[in-house]
Design a protein around this ligand. Structure first.
Ligand SMILES: C[S@@+](CC[C@H](N)C(=O)[O-])C[C@H]1O[C@@H](n2cnc3c(N)ncnc32)[C@H](O)[C@@H]1O
Length: 478
């Protein structure tokens, strides 16, 4: 097979897009991935990284541009690691995302299912959350905030971001001005010295700002809070102490140091969302997906299990629409479960909705363990276990239960295999699976499709200008 070496310049036609939007140039059967090259273009690129079967190359020149190529809106595009598709039209972005889902389902999942067109609701300034590392500007040594350059930990200084509204630009200005004026040091990964690590902010009705620091005290914090309050009335400021040399942004907890936590408008409901709780980043798309999930369950006559349930926004919507259903939700992050419990209580849903705080895998195992116990010891188990769809013990010990639908919305790594095996074994009737990673979704659907028909696959453009995509799938037991 023909191969290339680092430093080689290659020239050729881009035959397709890869999963992160890179163009693929083939030299025989050898694939060279070229970020920012567009299908159909003739390009020249310099090889940056080469392996036996594939290489990565940096685009030098577009000799014949594609009609899908456009001028990126953002001046940081290409250096900042945030967006990877600003250089193509939105229509082209949607085609790339749909093809990613189709390819993953076919190649990883072995599934030949129809994928709907990607639902597009907005294009720019859609993100409600920003997380920025602190760094120093190379030339001036001034404190800056920015995104990490792709594959590095070097901060690209940023004044604004096209995926966030004007609020992010103001926030960056206020925080960096404060840090520079007061000479507050930036954390250095190598030495472990310095204070400021990250700013994490969520912009809903009001702004919440968390300063992640390598210290138990932050100098001139009151000044920062006042400066923020002047621009963002009602702001809440939190500190999270993180002294570990880790890529995880938050420390163990966050401490409210300024303002009062308030309910925020979150589509159908108002709710408090703590900084460490997960919230979908695109409000419009979040609401559209929740609506579709509820429509899929509208005629389901049974109970609901929801795994990876976050702050319970979807849980509450399902519960208000399915008035007869009992719902059990499982979520690992304690602050999210606190938020969910408060929401259920405020909506009067707490009698029918039980929000369990824990690892989904442990939850499933605990029910399985209960099943095993009864098999061997004929013990009397709590109703909670006997009525669970995961209870696999003697059938006469089972509490009569209604059919159960399972809602899954795991993080990028997808579901544990044993969770899926248990769903199959427990004969869950219907599964609605929401995923932000087509690859792990496809891997999981391959397991589930032994016992389920994949009836619907609808991608949603939760992350415009990037190659990421959210997918909702509906599965019905065969
Ligand atoms: C993609 S989010 C979805 C949250 C929620 N469905 C929503 O729409 O906001 C995944 C959630 O799973 C939680 N999570 C991650 N690993 C978990 C596990 N092993 N067991 C339970 N929850 C987990 C995360 O804390 C996060 O809230």
């Amino acid at each position: 097979m023909l191969t290339v070496a680092v430093g080689d310049v290659i020239e050729g036609e881009v035959c397709d897009f890869a999963s992160e939007g890179e163009g693929i140039v083939k030299i025989g059967s050898y694939a060279v991935f070229v970020p920012f090259a567009v299908k159909g273009e003739i390009i020249r690129a310099r090889v940056r990284y080469a392996k036996k079967d594939y290489a990565f190359a940096d685009l030098i020149e577009v000799e014949k541009p594609s009609a899908d190529r456009i001028k990126p809106k953002c001046t940081y595009f290409g250096t900042c690691g945030g967006c990877d598709l600003q250089h193509v039209t939105r229509e082209c972005q949607l085609k790339i995302k749909k093809a990613n889902v189709e390819n993953a389902l076919k190649k990883t999942g072995g599934l030949d299912v129809e994928v709907a067109d990607v639902v597009r609701l907005n294009d720019w300034e859609y993100r409600n959350k920003i997380a920025l590392p602190f760094g120093y500007k190379r030339k001036t040594g001034r404190v800056t905030l920015g995104f990490y350059e792709k594959r590095t930990h070097s901060v690209v200084p940023m004044k604004w971001c096209a995926l966030h509204g004007e609020w992010a630009a103001k926030l960056i200005q206020i925080v960096t001005d404060w840090a520079n004026f007061n000479h507050i040091s930036v954390y250095d990964e190598t030495s472990g010295q310095g204070i400021l690590r990250h700013v994490v902010a969520r912009n809903l009705d009001t702004l919440s700002v968390t300063l992640v620091v390598n210290s138990d005290r932050v100098p001139k914090l009151a000044e920062l809070c006042q400066n923020l309050e002047k621009e963002f009335s009602g702001v809440c400021v939190y500190i999270s102490e993180n002294r570990k040399n880790t890529n995880v942004i938050f420390g163990k907890s966050v401490k409210l140091v300024y303002g009062k936590e308030k309910k925020q408008n979150l589509g159908t409901f108002d709710a408090v969302v703590s900084p460490m709780s997960f919230l979908q980043v695109n409000n419009d798309v979040r609401d559209a997906i929740y609506d579709e999930v509820c429509k899929e369950l509208a005629n389901f006559d049974g109970d609901i299990l929801e795994f990876y349930s976050g702050v319970g926004l979807l849980t509450a919507q399902i519960a208000t629409r399915l008035k007869e259903a009992n719902i059990t939700s499982v979520e690992i992050e304690p602050s999210a479960v606190d938020n969910a419990n408060a929401l259920m209580k405020s909506l009067g849903l707490d009698k029918r909705v039980k929000c369990v705080c824990g690892d989904v895998l442990e939850y499933v195992k605990s029910i399985e363990k209960g099943s095993e116990q009864t098999k061997s010891q004929d013990e009397d188990l709590p109703d909670e276990i006997k009525s669970s769809p995961f209870y696999l013990g003697e059938s006469e010990k089972k509490t009569a239960r209604k059919p159960v639908a399972l809602v899954l919305d795991p993080p990028r790594k997808g579901c544990d295999k044993s969770v899926l095996d248990c769903a199959i074994e427990a004969k869950i009737e219907k599964i609605v699976y929401v995923s932000c990673n087509p690859q792990t979704l496809a891997r999981d659907l391959k397991i589930l499709s032994q016992s389920y028909d994949v009836e619907r696959v609808t991608p949603f453009d939760m992350f415009p200008q990037t190659s990421n995509v959210e997918v909702m799938c509906v599965l019905q037991r065969k």
